[in-house]
Write a new protein. Structure first.
Length: 207
């Protein structure tokens, strides 16, 4: 009898390590599942944060092009300021390419002209410009709010020009691009969004 009991006891002792291994495996599996769940939660949180960042309500939006041109109403011979344009197409940033055939352009003339001595010492230049944008009225509001640093950037860009370069079509086109970059840089630094597509000359006199 004692031999059977001893054998049974030994058999029971032999089974305990197997149960322990099963418990360890189950514990590891549960740990892995918890880790995966936590990682997925963090990833989802990051994704939601990015989505919120892209949906900034203050970011200007592109204005879809209308089939009919705008009509400017006037009373007593005075033209009314056109109604602010409302954009409906969101963009990730102001460097996104814009198709001019799909979106409405707005021109904003800078009232005061610019005068600066040229870098080659040959004289000075007088400049009048108008800015264009395919974004809504928030870009125009940003321009008005930052007109002082914008004027400074334009004058600095004008003052480093050479009269011989400005006398050529290629030189004037290069100057346009330089002005566009300078104005967008001011708007990005001050407002977080540029949005200026081009700068057009309404007056350019070199003397």
């Amino acid at each position: 009898m004692s031999t059977k009991k001893e054998a049974a006891a030994k058999g029971g002792e032999g089974k305990k390590p197997g149960k322990a291994k099963k418990l360890i495996v189950l514990g590891l599996a549960a740990t892995v599942l918890v880790g995966v769940g936590a990682g997925a939660g963090i990833y989802a949180g990051i994704g939601q944060g990015e989505a919120k960042e892209k949906e900034d309500p203050n970011r200007p939006k592109l204005v879809l092009r209308s089939e009919e041109p705008e009509e400017q109403s006037s009373e007593g011979g005075e033209e009314k300021e056109p109604a602010p344009k409302i954009g409906t197409v969101s963009v990730a940033n102001d460097r996104a390419p814009v198709d001019p055939r799909k979106y409405e352009v707005t021109y904003f003339p800078i009232e005061q002209q610019f005068t600066a001595n040229l870098s080659d010492g040959s004289g000075f230049a007088q400049l009048g410009i108008s800015l264009s944008t395919y974004y809504d009225s928030r870009v125009i509001a940003n321009i008005k709010r930052q007109i002082v640093p914008i004027r400074s950037a334009v004058l600095m860009t004008l003052s480093v020009q050479d009269s011989t370069v400005l006398s050529t079509p290629e030189g004037r086109q290069l100057f346009q691009r330089q002005l566009t970059r300078a104005i967008n840089q001011v708007l990005r630094e001050k407002e977080g969004f540029g949005g200026i597509d081009n700068v057009y000359f309404t007056n350019l006199v070199i003397q």
